[in-house]
Write a protein that binds this ligand. Structure first.
Ligand code: MG
Length: 247
């Protein structure tokens, strides 16, 4: 969405704030022995208590309030009683909150207890990919500056970029144009307009980039079974720079 009035900006800031707070809350709940369904229940309650609605619940039939994806699950993991976190796992939590008709969307990958150095590097590089991307972003220039910066940073660190899933415009709908790929050339993509809201979300694999979808139609996993991380924020791009709405 391109902001057309102050109300658009105010609404998106509030939706983003609730989304960011939800992730801060859940960060303190991640520990060995708890199920991803338990985390989802906490997220559902928290968003509703803050006067918003979980954007993901029933979105295209998604059955939960958050996507919770463990280790080799890239994204869109369905919370379940049967998926119990254990020491050494990494878990990606992706949430959206809709406030007054405006959506926020953000994700983090968290360590469960003590994790390997390799998994920690994957989490750190994925987060930094987001910042490399937004630092390269310029109004009036191609979105490819962001796309290329994300890809270059991931690959420079020996990791691979998921291609089939991309970031997106966001606003009164959870997913809007344009697509925001995490790969590409600097001269590709749209010319970045001012006052646009985007969800920028690198999905980075420790091994190869190929993925597949499980039989449930949602859960996306790496083909090689190696871990994957996700880091996402909703941002507002204006002449004042990039404002991160979900931190
Ligand atoms: Mg998103």
């Amino acid at each position: 969405m391109i902001a057309k009035c102050d109300d658009d900006i105010i609404g998106m800031r509030k939706a983003g704030e609730i989304t960011g707070l939800t992730l801060k809350m859940i960060a303190n709940e991640i520990k060995p022995g708890i199920s991803t369904l338990y985390l989802d229940k906490l997220i559902n309650s928290f968003i509703i208590e803050h006067g918003a609605k979980p954007s993901f619940l029933n979105y295209s039939g998604f059955p939960a309030s958050a996507c919770i994806s463990v280790n080799e699950t890239v994204v869109h993991g369905i919370p379940s009683d049967n998926i119990v976190l254990k020491e050494g796992d990494i878990v990606s939590v992706d949430v959206g909150a809709c406030f007054n008709g405006y959506h926020g969307d953000a994700a983090r990958t968290f360590p469960v207890g003590k994790i390997s150095n390799e998994k920690q590097k994957l989490i750190d590089v994925t987060k930094q990919c987001f910042f490399e991307g937004i630092n390269a972003l310029k109004i009036g220039e191609r979105l490819g500056l962001l796309m290329n910066a994300v890809q270059s940073y991931a690959e420079k660190n020996g990791f691979s970029v998921v291609r089939e899933l991309v970031g997106h415009g966001i606003g009164k709908h959870l997913h809007e144009n344009p697509n925001v790929p995490n790969y590409g050339l600097k001269n590709e993509g749209i010319i970045v307009p001012k006052n646009i809201f985007l969800a920028v979300e690198p999905m980075i694999n420790l091994g190869r980039r190929e993925i597949y979808i499980e039989d449930d139609g949602w859960t996306i996993k790496t083909r090689d079974g190696k871990p994957s991380a996700h880091y996402e924020n909703t941002i507002f791009v204006s002449e004042n720079g990039v404002e991160i709405l979900t931190i």
